[in-house]
Design a protein around this ligand. Structure first.
Ligand SMILES: NC(=O)NCCC[C@H](N)C(=O)O
Length: 410
């Protein structure tokens, strides 16, 4: 029986993927909340949903089974039973700032009065104060948070299913994410893996769980082959988390090389996959803005050392590093925006480098990045471009919006 998670590459034919259809969470906030919620604008929901449905349809038409995070989460809680649901809620409330007390109790009662699916949707969408027939009387609520409209913030970034967890081999990392706006997200995946009948007790390896202080996000985790990972040292992923997962993978799996790639630490390039993706056996997209003089960038190839320690090899020629790690004679690094500084900057901002490979040489991209798309076609790729006006406002593209669960081996 095949494992419910099986990902040995970035490019093997995509068989099963997990998405989250954007819902009220992407518009249930005010402009002043945007920076904290990691959004640059507020999408128009009906169009965002239409675009997302178009994305899901494209995947289905190409032979991919599409699962939805929101549905899996509710099913997992129902599979787990009453105690699991209560514990999940307790943990979610604690991570939302309510360990105990009257507000905790009021929220618990409110959320438990719903069907499991409605409860999950409500937690994802955010709980406003005016929904409950309850006014907290403590000083913090009265004196400091009286103007704030939410008991529980919405989670608008959930449609970027790539980040809270990452499939690696026959297992995954469940991630401790960087910013508070996203940290609760990975509790859904932890619950799915533990309790959903499709995943529970199937021998899945959790290479690193969410109970850490050091940070890692799936947009930085790229499975280049069944031996090699690339992981961004980025705004969202810290070097110590990379060392930690490398040690676990080297001890327990067939992965024996992790290439750590240092990228600028800023919002536009928050993850490695916003500037660099694998799209074929010997082809990658790269945003020229991350490469210095002569195409150089800091990379460290990490391999197993003595007694569980790690060996590091610092090199700056990305192309050569990748060729060596993957045993390739040549490699095609395709620059976002065809190297034009204005177009490259603009199309990277709109996730022109954030391609989702659904088979070797077949990629799904945003239609708005037409210069990069045309260039990919010229390099022999099959490009399926999807609608992107509203989805792109959340600052993530097709790779960010998808968590592959099963890919065919190459
Ligand atoms: N892998 C990705 O690059 N995901 C995009 C995440 C965008 C989201 N607004 C965030 O800042 O986390």
């Amino acid at each position: 029986m095949t494992s419910p998670i099986h990902v040995m590459s970035e490019i093997g034919k995509l068989k099963v993927v997990m998405l989250k259809r954007p819902d009220v969470e992407v518009e249930n906030f005010t402009p002043d909340m945007m920076p904290r919620l990691l959004f640059d604008d507020i999408p128009y929901l009906p169009i965002a949903q239409k675009e997302h449905d178009n994305f899901a349809d494209v995947l289905r038409q190409n032979g991919t089974e599409v699962l939805y995070l929101e549905k899996l989460s509710a099913e997992a809680l129902d599979d787990g039973g009453e105690e699991v649901k209560q514990n999940f809620l307790q943990q979610m409330l604690a991570e939302s700032g309510y360990i105990a007390g009257v507000t905790h109790d009021a929220l618990k009662e409110y959320l438990l009065s719903m069907s499991t699916q409605d409860m999950v949707n409500k937690i994802m969408g955010g709980v406003r104060k005016n929904e409950l027939d309850f006014v907290p009387a403590d000083l913090v609520s009265a004196a400091e948070e009286d103007d704030y409209p939410f008991f529980m913030d919405p989670m608008p970034n959930l449609y970027f299913t790539r980040d809270p967890a990452a499939s690696i081999g026959d297992g995954l990392s469940i991630n401790h994410m960087t910013f508070a706006a996203r940290q609760r997200e990975s509790l859904f995946m932890e619950t799915i893996i533990k309790y959903h009948h499709r995943f529970a007790n199937k021998g899945l390896n959790v290479w690193r769980d969410r109970n850490h202080d050091t940070r890692i996000e799936g947009g930085d985790e790229l499975v280049l082959s069944d031996h090699v990972l690339a992981i961004g040292v980025s705004q969202r992923t810290s070097a110590d988390a990379i060392e930690d997962i490398a040690k676990n993978l080297f001890a327990k799996s067939h992965f024996d090389k992790v290439i750590a790639i240092k990228i600028p630490h800023n919002h536009a390039m928050m993850h490695l996959d916003t500037v660099f993706t694998m799209i074929n056996k010997d082809q990658f997209t790269v945003h020229p803005g991350i490469l210095g003089e002569g195409g150089h960038i800091d990379t460290w190839t990490i391999t197993p050392g003595k007694d569980g320690e790690l060996n590091l090899d610092h090199r700056t020629d990305l192309k050569q590093v990748l060729k060596d790690a993957l045993g390739l004679d040549d490699l095609d690094l395709i620059p976002t925006g065809n190297g034009d500084p204005i177009i490259a900057g603009r199309e990277q901002w709109n996730d022109g480098s954030n391609t989702l490979a659904i088979a070797p040489g077949v990629v799904v991209t945003y239609n708005r990045n037409y210069v990069s798309n045309e260039l990919l076609r010229k390099h022999g790729l099959k490009v399926i471009d999807v609608l992107s006006s509203e989805l792109s406002r959340g600052r993530g593209g097709p790779r960010c919006m998808s968590m592959p669960l099963v890919r065919e081996d190459l």
